[in-house]
Design a protein around this ligand. Structure first.
Ligand SMILES: [Zn+2]
Ligand SMILES: [Zn+2]
Length: 385
């Protein structure tokens, strides 16, 4: 099941300021010409595009609906002769079906989380930024504002990451999605199969959706196989059920293979604490790009996505840790003095406090993190999402 990573705004990161190009892009997306003149009716076009975006979801729902009918009616009702076998198949099938639909539903309908207002430029700075034509001066304005925010990552060129579409300083791991037309916290990718951005608000649901989709297909394959063979070898009489059962097996096997490979990749990403975007392009910290910048060790990486209470791991109930705006970072290649300096600059710890191995550091009233040697620091913002 292929997924598309779609991140229109990220191209803005490469240059410190490309205000004119961006203004033109914004003009195109809003239907405004370069001089404020109305262009072609973009509203109708956008409505059509939004409706078309639901096509893959509709396709998946039709396949699921048909698979339900084929399994319950054609296999269980018309083909399986014994009651005990029929009932046990139906119970197991409905258990996985319910979990699969629940996690799919949550992935589709969880609104992508966007940066809080704390990341927008204050009105005075915003006015200055918009008036200013020189990229380096604009960067100075952004740097000044970013100093009071828990923002560590930079563009490849070392500039503060700013989204001209949403007019916010991008929090770490946040990216602009051109399909959703918004900045999405801890954006992983835009998934056409759920017509939604996969990010901080629904990444756990997405992984569970893949897991239950794989299990749903596995249950179908395992239970249908003997009847598939019986029809194939003509041990069962030809009936209208034959067509459904043969196709049910092929379709379930096909989906199983594609979903399992995608699930394996995402489980690997969870273990490494990387998003799909970060797997392709390492986040840039003050000390340079570091693909493992957010990795805290396998166990803590899993807990960051699934939460610290194992009972919630299998249910599509939100239990991811943090607020999506800031993340515990592993400041590799930075000596403890330098790491402290970064925190002090952000006003997050007093200057006389030192990080020492295994010491619990309270960097904020709401934040408590155990440091891993001198390398892990936690930065949480004061506001709630
Ligand atoms: Zn944006
Ligand atoms: Zn999106």
């Amino acid at each position: 099941m292929p997924m598309s990573a779609n991140e229109g705004g990220s191209s803005l990161d490469a240059s410190g300021s490309s205000a004119n190009v961006l203004k033109l892009c914004r003009d195109v997306t809003t239907g405004q010409g370069p001089h404020g003149l109305k262009m072609a009716p973009s509203h109708a076009f956008r409505c059509c595009k939004r409706a078309l975006n639901w096509t893959p979801v509709l396709f998946i729902n039709l396949v699921i609906g048909w698979s339900y009918y084929a399994y319950v009616v054609e296999l269980c009702v018309y083909t399986i002769p014994k009651d005990a076998e029929r009932i046990s198949y139906l119970v197991v099938f409905h258990l996985f079906f319910a979990m699969f639909i629940w996690s799919y539903w949550k992935t589709i309908w969880s609104k992508p989380a966007k940066p809080s207002v704390a990341f927008a430029l204050p009105s005075a700075e915003k006015e200055l930024y918009e008036r200013e034509q020189r990229a380096e001066v604009q960067q100075e304005i952004l740097k000044k504002v970013a100093r009071s925010l828990p923002v560590y990552t930079r563009t490849a060129g070392g500039a503060v990451r700013y989204c001209d579409f949403c007019q916010v300083i991008k929090p770490d791991r946040c990216h602009h999605c051109s399909t959703c037309e918004m900045c999405v916290l801890k954006m992983d990718h835009h998934c056409p199969w759920v017509n939604n951005c996969v990010g901080f608000s629904n990444y756990k649901f997405f992984v569970l959706f893949l897991t239950y989709a794989a299990l749903y297909c596995a249950v179908i394959c395992a239970t249908v196989m003997q009847y598939f063979i019986k029809f194939w070898t003509k041990q069962l009489h030809d009936s209208h059920a034959k067509f459904h059962i043969l196709f049910l097996f092929f379709v379930a096997a096909l989906f199983f293979i594609s979903v399992v490979s995608l699930l394996g990749y995402h489980l690997w990403l969870v273990g490494k604490n990387r998003t799909t975007i970060e797997a392709f392009r390492a986040p840039v910290f003050p000390n340079g790009p570091d693909k493992n910048g957010f990795s805290l060790g396998f166990r803590r990486n899993v807990v960051e996505v699934f939460g610290d209470q194992a009972k919630y791991w299998i249910c599509p109930i939100f239990s991811s840790q943090g607020d999506g705006h800031s993340f515990v970072t592993r400041l590799v290649h930075i000596d403890p003095e330098q790491a402290n300096t970064v925190l002090q600059q952000n006003g997050k710890i007093p200057s006389d406090r030192e990080n020492s191995p295994g010491v619990e550091v309270n960097t904020d009233d709401d934040t408590k993190e155990k440091t891993e040697g001198d390398q892990a620091v936690v930065v949480m913002m004061d506001c709630k999402p």
